[in-house]
Structure formats: C-alpha cells, structure tokens
Design a protein around this ligand. Structure first.
Ligand code: ADE
Length: 247
C-alpha cells in the first residue's frame, strides 16, 4: 500500500513511522508512507498556507490553493481512483471495520488540517472522505493520520509477525480481548489464573471467551449488540448482569 500524507509539519510524523512495526513494514515494502509538505506547494514569497476567515472572527483558515496543488501534483491521474481522506473531528468515527476496509486498497491520500479550520472547498471538492479519531479536538490532523496509518497497516498481510493477531484483536470479533499473562506465574503474590497453566487448550479457549464476554459486558455493553452468542453465553451474561445489579 502507498500512503501520501499532506501536512505542514512532516517532521512531527517521521520518527513514529520509522520505528518498530511500521518501520519494518516499510523496509519490507508492505507499506510505503510518503510525507508531503503543503508549504512546498505555495507560490508566494512568504510561503503562506493560511489566511483570515471571510466574515471575520478569530483564528486562521488553511488556504485551498496549496492543498489542491499538492494533492493534484502528487496524485496526478490517480486522483480519480484514490480516496482523499481529510482528518477532522467532523468526520465519521474511525473503527476497526473502516481500518480493515481501507487496508484492502492499494493507495490512500491523507490531508492533515492545522489552524482553526480548513477552507470548505477542500472538504467539498478535494476530499472524498472525512475521518475523526474521536470526539475531542486536537491541534492538527497529524496524530489522527498516524493513528489511521497504524490501524490500517497492522491489518495488511505480513505486517504483524503473527498472522492470526488481527483476527484475535479486540474489536475484530466485536468483543474486547481477554486478559493476558506471561511469566512469572506469581508476581508480588499475584497469581496467574490456574486454568492458563493447565495445558488444557479447550478449557483455556473457553475461559478466554468467557473473560472476553464478561469484560465487554462490564466496559462496553454497546458492543454486545452485534455479537452472536450461544445459549450458554447468553446465560453467562444474564447471570453476570444480575450479580452486578444485586447489592
Ligand atoms: N483534527 C483535530 N482533531 C481531530 C480528531 N479528533 N480526529 C481527526 N482529526 C482531527
């Protein structure tokens, strides 16, 4: 996959992209992230990327020309086939399902906003999609772009060493993950659950599924709406809900 990122502060993103799993994925040619500085596409002496808002009011607005120029120059003819995603708190909320769908595409373009806002014509006539990473406002779209790239990259075949890892993910199965433990078996007096030491794989799988269900019930009951459950699982959750309500 090739990802073109349009930003005013490419240096803020490079270190994260080069580190660890994303860095290795790029070295292996599984994903290629190219950072483009929007300022390189300005034409005036001062390399201006923002201006005062029409209608007055505080704050500055990102100008449309450098962004249109940058995206059209970099994408060229490909622009018709490549999603141009604007990172904005007004976008649709990023989910595992959206990341999964984007991971199947050969190329993406991401626009990171800065300042108070971005000229509406970018939204209307350049971006083809708008994505938010949560209901809070950041100072720019760079961290959201990194979040999106990370969530997408780890779903590309070969990026994670362990092929089953993405299927086991929290959210992939519509449930939160079960607890994890590693050695030592006892740490400061706290013991690893006995079942995990038993070597009985069927029992372990059952325990993990139960923990996953109970944890989801406790923390994100909304996620259980779309989950297929066996009769046993339904009664497990019903019992747990009852216990929760009892004083
Ligand atoms: N830019 C600023 N805040 C953002 C958010 N929550 N999601 C995506 N882009 C943003």
């Amino acid at each position: 996959m090739h990802v073109d990122v349009f930003t005013l502060i490419p240096e803020s993103m490079q270190a994260y992209l080069d580190a660890s799993i994303l860095g290795k994925a790029q070295e292996a040619g599984l994903i290629n992230v190219e950072l483009h500085n929007i300022r390189d596409y300005t034409k005036d002496k001062h390399r201006t990327t923002d201006d005062v808002p029409y209608g007055g009011g505080g704050g500055m607005v990102m100008k449309p020309e450098p962004l249109f120029d940058a995206v059209h120059t970099v994408l060229g003819e490909a622009i018709a086939a490549v999603p141009v995603i604007l990172l904005t708190p007004q976008g649709r909320l990023l989910t595992h399902a959206i990341a999964h769908q984007l991971a199947s595409l050969p190329r993406l373009a991401l626009i990171c906003g800065r300042y108070e806002g971005i000229d509406e014509r970018v939204r209307q006539h350049l971006a083809t999609d708008e994505i938010s990473i949560g209901d809070y406002v950041l100072t720019g779209g760079e961290l959201p772009a990194l979040v999106l790239i990370d969530a997408v990259a780890r779903q590309i075949n070969g990026v994670l060493g362990d092929a089953g890892a993405t299927e086991r993910d929290s959210h992939a199965a519509g449930l939160l993950e079960h607890p994890h433990y590693t050695r030592p078996a006892t740490f400061q007096g706290w013991k690893v659950p006995e079942v995990l030491l038993s070597g009985d794989h069927a029992r372990i799988a059952r325990w993990r599924r139960e923990q996953s269900l109970l944890r989801t019930l406790q923390r994100r009951p909304d996620m259980l709406q779309g989950t297929e459950l066996t009769d046993d699982e339904r009664s497990l959750l019903a019992d747990a809900s009852r216990e929760d309500r009892e004083p």
